[in-house]
Write a new protein. Structure first.
Length: 425
């Protein structure tokens, strides 16, 4: 008998209920099953807001009386800003937490898949939950992660709920250029990206893709602002992805991005800077092309130093000259930080990045990029003059070893705790 069956949940019945439900009702099919099996007083799913600074209550079973929030048809989205409380702690530390709330107990379990913190599952029960009950909630939350990932392809409901501020057309285009998950955990590495957009979109992007023994990385910065910048970024990222998916080498990917901009240049001369990387997961050797971009930072042995690389021309800039690649040999425990100039220039120059990176060294990359996004807004905001983009790679080594996970996260690598909000800055 499987663990899920032993916990009183038939996975086949849950998946059948999900398949029978419309995409907008798929989450409720899981939460209802978990609630019934646990005799829950209520069940709630909270999806992570796109800002990374709140959770949004999307599904509540039963609905009952709920506070006012954003409404779309019969759906309600209630924003719950992070305040350092148990909801934030459960999501950030990837731990199941139990809170005694008057005459009942609330079990909170992170909804996570490969380190992507999708949201939080809350279940209220009348009696103090046993370890078995907490485990069942955790398993339900992990199942819910796959249900959300599968069904958000077919509906705007989840993305609507996550958007607490309206997107411009340029922001909509830029959003589509980013990977569907900002975080990925594997046995040998963890990678996480983040984008703090400017008031007028600056065309910054990050991307990654995992092959069997390779990890592809990129961070790019298109010239200009607004829709034109977003379209330049579209050509650049499209060229990179197309070449990568055709099996192109790192240099061929760089050349493809350059040719995409040159061949489709309209008025003016759009160009983009960028860093492209291809990490050999069996050796830890990272091949890098720097196309006129700020140098990455390497955190190693309690020191933060820029990685000196040969600099090639930006994508779209002529006359043509061959792109050059360099190699960086990563050591287990290294943290590599790729960033755009929005993290370094103008008001952001007041942020002491090396000091902050050392201060945040114990945090998961997912938390590092979010905290640095908060800090950039603090010193250069609240409205940024330029996009600020980050991609953080932790190299663990040991490619092919068994990944230690529980409910979608490696707890050995998760942030152990978070300080109060005021002390994070």
């Amino acid at each position: 008998m499987s663990d899920i069956e032993m916990n009183g949940v038939d996975l086949n019945e849950v998946l059948l209920a999900v398949e029978k439900a419309a995409p907008v009702d798929a989450v409720e099919a899981v939460t209802r099953s978990a609630g019934v099996n646990l005799g829950a007083l209520w069940v709630s799913f909270l999806v992570a807001d796109m800002s990374g600074r709140a959770l949004v209550r999307l599904v509540h079973v039963p609905i009952g009386d709920v506070p006012d929030g954003r409404r779309q048809d019969q759906d309600l989205a209630v924003v719950l800003p992070f305040d350092g409380g148990p909801q934030e702690q459960a999501l950030r530390t990837q731990q199941v937490l139990v809170e005694h709330a008057g005459d009942h107990h609330v079990v909170r379990a992170p909804v996570t898949q490969r380190g992507e913190a999708i949201g939080l599952l809350e279940i209220a029960v009348s009696a103090a939950p046993t370890d078995a009950v907490a485990h069942q909630v955790s398993r339900a939350a992990h199942t819910l992660a796959f249900v959300v990932i599968a069904n958000r392809r077919h509906t705007d409901l989840f993305e609507w709920g996550q958007r607490t501020t309206a997107f411009t057309l340029a922001a909509e285009i830029q959003r589509r250029l980013l990977p569907s998950s900002f975080t990925c955990e594997a046995d040998s590495f963890t990678v996480a990206g983040w984008l703090e957009p400017a008031a007028s979109i600056g065309g910054d992007t990050f991307d990654y893709s995992l092959a069997r023994d390779l990890l592809h990385l990129s961070i790019t910065d298109a010239v200009g602002h607004g829709v034109h910048s977003a379209l330049t970024a579209t050509l650049c990222v499209g060229g990179l992805r197309n070449a990568r998916r055709r099996g192109g080498t790192l240099l061929e990917q760089a050349q493809a991005a350059h040719e995409a901009l040159v061949a489709n240049a309209a008025a003016g001369s759009p160009f983009a800077t960028g860093l492209l990387g291809r990490l050999d997961l069996s050796t830890g050797i990272l091949a890098v092309v720097n196309a006129g971009h700020p140098a990455p930072l390497l955190v190693r042995d309690r020191a933060v130093l820029p990685v000196v690389l040969p600099i090639s021309r930006p994508f779209g800039v002529r006359p043509a000259a061959p792109y050059r690649a360099a190699e960086v040999e990563l050591q287990a425990g290294d943290r590599l930080v790729l960033l755009t100039d929005g993290m370094l220039e103008r008001g952001a120059a007041a942020l002491d990045l090396p000091a902050r990176l050392l201060h945040l060294s114990a945090l998961h990359p997912r938390e590092v990029v979010r905290v640095l996004g908060d800090l950039v807004l603090e010193v250069a905001g609240p409205v940024l003059p330029d996009d600020a983009c980050l991609l953080v790679l932790d190299w663990h080594g040991g490619h092919g070893d068994t990944r230690r996970t529980a409910a979608g996260a490696d707890h050995h690598r998760a942030s152990k705790s978070l300080p109060p909000i005021a002390s994070r800055r």
